[in-house]
Design a protein around this ligand. Structure first.
Ligand SMILES: Nc1nc2c(ncn2[C@@H]2O[C@H](COP(=O)(O)OP(=O)(O)O)[C@@H](O)[C@H]2O)c(=O)[nH]1
Ligand SMILES: [Mg+2]
Length: 205
């Protein structure tokens, strides 16, 4: 069955593994999960709203970096999407920052239902130490990664290719699956959903 990303629902907020929900899909199986990761302000919540075609379902960051929790959603009553807390926001207190690593790592390393991570990266930026750390964690795990290059409406069309190559080279992972996205200009939704369906296909058999 193909995921259409219809009928999006908010399920719950989770702070630690005991809070992760037990979700059953259409065949009474435990739902697979896709997580959205990346720096604060990169566009995680906006991308989820755009994928869901539901403007306010995911709260976008009026106070970026404050949401230090996992937020669970479902689509098609058969697939879970997890909005991970972002990293790297300058004004976050040290006490909040210290909790971020263990919280995200516990999820990435411990959640067997997690099949794909959408790793979001702003087309105008270059990777920093936090981004490298994140990618290292992802590559250590068995999870498929799709690099979603966000806010492509913010650069001139003729700069998209060069900027993308620079980013891929910096991460030193030239063969990473990637897709360009703009929630504002409605770019990338179809392609990303199709990539997700392709990546999940093997899971059905
Ligand atoms: N121009 C543009 N702005 C975007 C896009 N996606 C998100 N934003 C803006 O970037 C800011 C951060 O978005 P948000 O989804 O809250 O980021 P998060 O912290 O990663 O969840 C908000 O002001 C969004 O309106 C995009 O595709 N294009
Ligand atoms: Mg957010």
């Amino acid at each position: 069955m193909k995921y259409l990303f219809k009928n999006a629902k908010f399920i719950k907020t989770a702070l630690q593994p005991k809070d992760y929900p037990h979700l059953l899909g259409l065949k009474e199986q435990q739902m697979s999960e896709i997580a959205v990761a990346g720096r604060s302000n990169v566009g995680k919540s906006t991308l989820l709203n755009h994928l869901f075609q539901r403007k306010g379902l995911v709260k976008t960051s009026s106070t970026p970096g404050k949401t230090q929790a996992l937020n669970y959603f479902t689509v098609d009553d058969d697939l879970a999407l997890v909005d991970l807390p972002g990293y790297g926001y300058a004004n976050v207190p040290q006490s909040v920052r210290r909790k971020w690593g263990p919280m995200v790592q516990a999820y990435l390393n411990g959640r067997e239902l997690l099949k794909i991570v959408l790793f979001l990266f702003d087309i105008r930026r270059m990777p920093n130490a936090d981004d490298f750390q994140m990618v290292e964690w992802l590559l250590q795990s068995e999870i498929a990664v799709i690099l979603v290059i966000t806010k492509v409406d913010k650069v001139k069309k003729n700069q998209i290719k060069a900027q993308t190559e620079k980013i891929l080279q910096a991460f030193n992972v030239e063969n990473l699956y990637h897709v360009h996205y703009s929630a504002t200009k409605n770019v990338g939704r179809k392609e990303l959903i199709s990539m997700i369906n392709d990546a999940m296909h093997g899971e059905d058999e």
